[in-house]
Design a protein around this ligand. Structure first.
Ligand SMILES: O=c1[nH]cnc2c1ncn2[C@@H]1O[C@H](CO)[C@@H](O)[C@H]1O
Length: 322
């Protein structure tokens, strides 16, 4: 029997298994630098974080139609369910698709949110979404993304995030986009403290972040760590991702045990499972070796989840089943 799991940090574009990505790319006439599963896997050996982001952007630009987006959600929900997932808070990055291929916002938001309906019906997995802006994204595009996200609030959009390279831009240019989302009832859930240091975590908290994606570099500043633990801010920890992007040099040196020991609530996540060669079960096995048991991870997931109360109540009950 697998334990029930909550995943709060998975990029849907990075969850597409190589064979499916190749099929989607072929259908959409997109040429990738590799046309075999082995070739794609080789492409996924990243030299550093920047290299990872460039490969991520290239492969994820294969997605075009509402049906592509729908399918990506359904496939990942099915996979995650096999590892015990009962709730997914999934990320997708619409702004890049608009910018590079002029994909229509509604094509993406409709495809993804209809995929969530199907995932619930077929696999009993509740899926909610937090679209991601990216650091360096043109400000007007970011604000438009925030407005569209608010418009889809009744269809499962629960937050707005921002990803990409923290060294490229502070959050300051996105203040208005963040406010549009917050005033529209969405939570702000940025990536911070992944490649960026404690100052990036501090900036995110000052702008009202309710949860931190990664946040692991908070360990470098004891006062900040204490504040995060004290306020019960959940960190979405993705151990294999950090190793594969070179953010941590050695898995044995991952900050997860330190965060856990400091009383920080850590959810356990895959990030971009297909690109990092991992899955939800593997990340939980790894976390357990660091002292974060399935129960700890589930409790953190529950504390961090942004879904409505009716779903939260169901998730509280699921902790005892599956
Ligand atoms: O691990 C990650 N860290 C930061 N950003 C990520 C990660 N995985 C995927 N993205 C995505 O990369 C894009 C940047 O152009 C962003 O849209 C972000 O969501």
């Amino acid at each position: 029997m697998v334990s029930a799991k909550i995943e709060l940090h998975v990029h849907l574009e990075g969850a597409i298994r190589p064979a499916t990505l190749l099929e989607i790319a072929r259908r959409n006439g997109e040429v990738l630098p590799a046309d075999t599963v082995e070739g794609l896997e080789a492409l996924y050996r990243f030299t550093d974080f920047r290299h990872f982001l460039s490969v991520w952007r290239m492969t994820t630009n294969c997605l075009r139609t509402a049906d592509d987006f729908r399918r990506v959600v359904v496939n990942y929900a099915q996979e995650a369910r096999e590892h015990g997932a009962v709730y997914l808070e999934a990320i997708f990055s619409p702004a890049e698709r608009v910018e590079t291929h002029a994909i229509d916002w509604d094509e993406m938001f409709t495809g993804y949110t209809e995929g969530a309906v199907e995932a619930q019906e077929r696999f009993g997995v509740a899926v909610r979404f937090t679209p991601d802006l990216y650091r360096g994204c043109p400000v007007d595009l970011a604000e438009e993304c925030a407005r569209v996200s608010v418009r889809y609030r009744d269809r499962g959009i629960v937050g707005l995030g921002i990803g990409g390279d923290e060294r490229r831009s502070t959050l300051a240019p996105y203040g208005k986009a963040i406010r549009i989302a917050q005033e529209g009832g969405l939570a702000f859930v940025p990536h911070a403290g992944e490649v960026g240091g404690p100052e990036c975590v501090r900036e995110a908290l000052d702008l009202g972040a309710v949860r931190l994606r990664h946040g692991i570099r908070a360990v470098e500043e004891p006062g900040l760590l204490e504040e995060i633990a004290g306020r019960g801010v959940v960190l979405d920890v993705c151990p294999t991702s950090n190793l594969r992007t070179g953010v941590v040099e050695d898995i044995a040196a991952h900050p997860l045990p330190l965060l856990h020991a400091a009383g920080v609530r850590c959810s356990v996540n895959t990030d971009d499972p297909a690109m990092f060669g991992t899955d939800l079960g593997q990340e939980h096995d790894l976390a357990a070796r660091f002292g974060v048991t399935a129960d700890h991870a589930y409790a953190a997931g529950l504390a961090g989840a942004l879904c409505e109360d009716a779903v939260l109540t169901r998730l509280q009950e699921s902790a005892r089943s599956v």
